[in-house]
Design a binder for this molecule. Sequence first.
Ligand code: SF4
Ligand code: SF4
Length: 385
Amino acid sequence: MAAAGSGRLRDYLDDPFLGGLYRAIRRAGPLRSISVDLTNACNIRCTGCYFFSEGMDAHRADDDAAFDGFVERECARGTNFVTVVGGEPSLALDRLRVLYDRFRINVATNGIRRIPVDGFERLPIGVSVWGDVATDRELRGGGRVDVFERALANYRDDDRAFFYYTVAPGHADQVERVVERCVDNGNRVLFNFYSDLARTGGAFDAGGGFGTVRDAIERSIERWPDRIWTTAYLAHVVTTGELDGRRWGHATCTSVTADHPINRDRIGNGNPFNPHFRAYNADFTTTRRCCTGVDRDCDTCFDTWEHFSWITLNLRAHLATRDAFTNWLTTTWLFYRINRLVDADEKTLREVHRRTRLSCTPPPQAPSSPGGLPSEPATADAGPP
Ligand code: SF4
Ligand code: SF4
């Protein structure tokens, strides 16, 4: 089956556009990725924040020695890509600069404090927003602070920044006006999907699914194809929890700490995983099950970054048809583009969406096998965290 898959891959890559995207990814090289909480502090308390929901802020480093040791150990281990989360990384700029200088990184921030350009010139910055100004103020600003407005002001026309827009299941009507604010501000948008960890219910309850949100995302892609960093296929996979007939959850998730004892059965079950990946706590020593959870119910997890990884590490499940491969390639390429690991112009992005939209169907069943970029180990270390 591997040989048949390789043959098909060669056929697909005869298409100059697909071949160009694929070669760009290969040139960027395999990613040996980790995630780390840069600090246990944050300057706001968002309703439903996974970090505080599971007490991850209990981990802390009281001096720089722990951080310095962590950096040296990860360099020695061969880590070359770090997703920086927290806590609020803009409260720990000295540490952030060290990571920026030593690794390829991206960072998630609430946008209240601007990360300066000086010393962070090419840093991919995901600025979180959770809805229109009123929703964001309610969920994140305690009803008093307009977090979204501050973030817009701090990152106006800043090419490093994109808005990481977490949409609640019942807020499809807000999508286009939020995207319009971001686009008018000179920024791009990557969608994320709200998990109701605070059990607020109503519009925040995912029980009814994200169908209307997905429709709104597709309309946004149509309207701003050069500003949206979510493919229709990625939105489909996140919101349905389906890939190649497999269900999203701990047994299939690729973003688990590979050498954590809690994941022993998961790592041994034959599904693709990232053998290098570790999710570090803010003490820079201990790790946890996964980036977004300690013992969280995986049915509540709609995290876009983790689903990027799920798709990327499942190349072989997308080789059965050209459409399925196109979905895999455009989505994987977009992950590399967001993180500035490949260069691209807006024409390429428009074509990525055109190709993905034309073929936005779930990939058909393919032989189940571990997969990554071909010619790499079976559990290829090629994906995001
Ligand atoms: S800004 Fe981020 S870390 Fe801080 S409370 Fe909100 S979601 Fe949590
Ligand atoms: S909570 Fe999400 S990232 Fe963590 S193991 Fe479950 S599915 Fe994976």
